[in-house]
Design a protein around this ligand. Structure first.
Ligand code: HEM
Length: 227
């Protein structure tokens, strides 16, 4: 009990130091359109800087044309140094948020495999996959809890977002944790197979949507090219 309280206190303390801006801009309360506009401005500024350099003989002396014809002021080593400096951590919460993309893949894989194992078990009871399902659902529920906590650090601790994508991802992800814990509870009862199947079906759909929304935030709108 003491250990759980200490962990909770640590998380709350870390939450208060996550006011720094996320390096990807997700902690800023910006709409999807504003985020795209910001990224386009940054790209434009880089192009303008490159064009200025071409017209300035002094800068031309240090200019480095790349294979694509874009002129850079910095050497590759300087650019690498600048990127490393820009990505430096601002707080412990900032670090936890950056772990979200690593953790996010565990619940997706484990809970989808649990669903597959449960389908196989329904078709072929002789396979005896009950223990496998239990293992996958329990691991998936713990994975979802960890991923969602780290997600809150990545996104910032607020209840609504200007970005519809982030808001949907935030609440779908948080709901996934609740449903996954319920599924794990069902998996450890022998008389709750239909409850387990319903929760796994909900989770399979919610996790695919969650992964898609995460991709939209990291790789940009229409990242699968379907629209
Ligand atoms: C089970 C729960 C969750 C899953 C499976 C999940 C999954 C994902 C995935 C797959 C990505 C894309 C990662 C990549 O390709 O690099 C992502 C990104 C992201 N997620 Fe989640 N997520 C969950 C919960 C949450 C929650 C609850 C929040 C916010 C409160 C959140 C906030 C974010 C943010 C801000 C990003 C963008 C990360 C970045 O720009 O570095 N996630 N998520």
């Amino acid at each position: 009990m003491k250990a759980i309280l200490t962990m909770l206190a640590t998380f709350l303390a870390l939450a208060t130091v996550t006011t720094a801006q996320a390096h990807e801009g997700h902690k800023d309360d910006m709409s999807d359109a504003e985020m795209v506009q910001m990224e386009m401005h940054e790209a434009d500024a880089m192009h303008e800087e490159a064009a200025d350099t071409m017209h300035d003989p002094e800068s031309m002396a240090q200019a480095h044309p790349t294979a694509s014809g874009v002129v850079e002021r910095q050497t590759p080593e300087q650019a690498l140094e600048a990127a490393i400096a820009e990505n430096r951590l601002t707080s412990a919460g900032d670090f936890l948020g950056r772990l979200h993309p690593i953790a996010a893949h565990f619940p997706v894989a484990l809970l989808l495999m649990a669903t597959l194992a449960e389908i196989l078990l329904a078709l072929r009871p002789a396979l005896g996959l009950e223990t496998t399902v239990r293992f996958l659902v329990a691991g998936g529920a713990i994975g979802a809890l960890v991923a969602a906590l780290l997600g809150w650090f990545a996104a910032g601790w607020r209840l609504s977002d200007k970005s519809q994508t982030l808001e949907l991802h935030r609440w779908n992800g948080s709901a996934i944790v609740g449903v996954a814990i319920l599924a794990a509870w069902f998996a450890f009862r022998t008389d709750r197979r239909s409850g387990l199947r319903v929760t796994l079906a909900i989770l399979a759909v919610a996790l695919v949507i969650q992964g898609y929304l995460g991709g939209e935030m990291v790789f940009g709108p229409n990242h699968l090219g379907l629209e």
